[in-house]
Design a protein around this ligand. Structure first.
Ligand code: ISE
Length: 345
């Protein structure tokens, strides 16, 4: 990327897997943006990452990074529990933010962020629901909106990860994984979710002790449509994310496994096999989506605008996941109540 004086100077707070991936992206693939500073609760990790990029500073205090006059805009990729304070600090400083999901850990705090943004007088926050930027999901949305297939009746989402650490408990399958399907359903239908039921099938023997994996859930949409979700985070194969929209006059799929490169391979028994690859994780599967997401964020921030998912989308997703976590415990349907944040100031 060629640097110009008009580049958006970006700081990244939280440089675990996602934040480090975004650092690479901002430094090398996003035009009109320049990585200037990184921060992490693990100072050594921030220092090591900064050392890979000439001119990038490691800042110990994330709030100091936010306040830094040499930082125009901030990517918040820290653990969810730190988001509220960091996003509020960005709003206070009048800086554009790309906040990874979840917006915050509960509905009340997410609502505080929605209200703080409204009080700031202009939108500043884009939520990191990258699926909206994935070319396949974006095309699916365009086909649905064109009306060619008629009204959408059902949506079936599949979300599988190869493996997760033992610390990834049942509730995190809802809050960190199902949350993407929550956003996909709201995005594709253009409606809110009113009720969630989470079912707990017998777990795979590969799941950590006490973890409900896979999980199957059902969303009821405002207009009466139904969404089914399978989330299975220990499939032992690879990252498989796809969905099928069933409409009155047709259906459409995104993330078809067979859309991958067709390959043949010799097998030991002499039979030969055919197939394609399965990406190992979301960083690979959604690399293009993340590139487009960050580029759209940088371009919009330079114009003083926000595109893509908003704090309201983050708030709604948090509230739906809270209901999902209640249903996970009781096995009963849990209703979703969204609170009107009130008028913008
Ligand atoms: C992770 O946090 C993500 O956001 C991924 O997109 C999702 O597939 C994974 O299950 C989550 O743990």
């Amino acid at each position: 990327m060629t640097e110009t004086s008009g580049d958006l100077r970006v700081g990244i707070v939280g440089v675990g897997a996602m934040g480090a991936d975004h650092a690479e992206r901002v430094a090398h693939r996003v035009s009109g943006a320049r990585l200037v500073a990184v921060s992490d609760a693990d100072a050594a990790r921030a220092g090591d990452l900064a050392a890979r990029f000439p001119g990038v500073r490691a800042v110990t205090d994330p709030l100091a990074l936010v306040a830094d006059d040499d930082v125009d805009a901030v990517v918040v990729a820290s653990p969810g529990a730190a988001h509220e304070e960091q996003v509020l600090a960005c709003l206070e400083a009048g800086k554009h933010v790309l906040c990874e999901k979840p917006l915050t850990m509960d509905g009340e705090s997410s609502l505080r962020v929605v209200r703080a943004e409204r009080a700031a007088g202009r939108p500043l926050v884009q939520l990191g629901f990258m699926r909206r930027f994935d070319p396949e999901y974006a095309r699916l949305k365009a086909v649905l909106d064109s009306g060619r297939l008629g009204r959408m009746l059902l949506l079936h989402n599949t979300h599988r990860n190869k493996s997760v650490p033992d610390t990834f408990r049942s509730e995190m399958i809802v809050r960190d994984s199902l949350v993407h399907e929550v956003d996909v359903a709201r995005f594709l239908f253009g409606e809110e979710i009113t009720e969630v039921t989470v079912y707990s099938p017998a777990p795979t023997s590969a799941a950590a002790e006490g973890v409900v994996d896979p999980q199957v859930s059902v969303f009821r949409m405002q207009g009466g449509a139904v969404v089914t979700n399978e989330v299975f985070v220990t499939n032992q194969v690879g990252y498989e994310v796809r969905c099928e929209a069933v409409c009155e006059r047709g259906s459409a799929m995104a993330g078809r496994p067979w859309a991958d490169l067709y390959t043949t391979v010799a097998a030991d028994d002499g039979e030969g096999l055919w197939g394609g690859g399965v990406p190992a994780d979301f960083l690979g599967r959604f690399a293009r989506a993340y590139d487009l997401e960050l580029q759209a964020w940088a371009d919009a921030s330079r114009r003083g605008e926000v595109v893509g998912p908003t704090t309201w989308d983050g708030y709604a997703a948090t509230v739906v996941c809270e209901a999902g976590m209640r249903s996970l415990t009781t096995g009963e349907p849990a209703s979703v109540t969204l609170v009107d944040p009130g008028p913008a100031s």
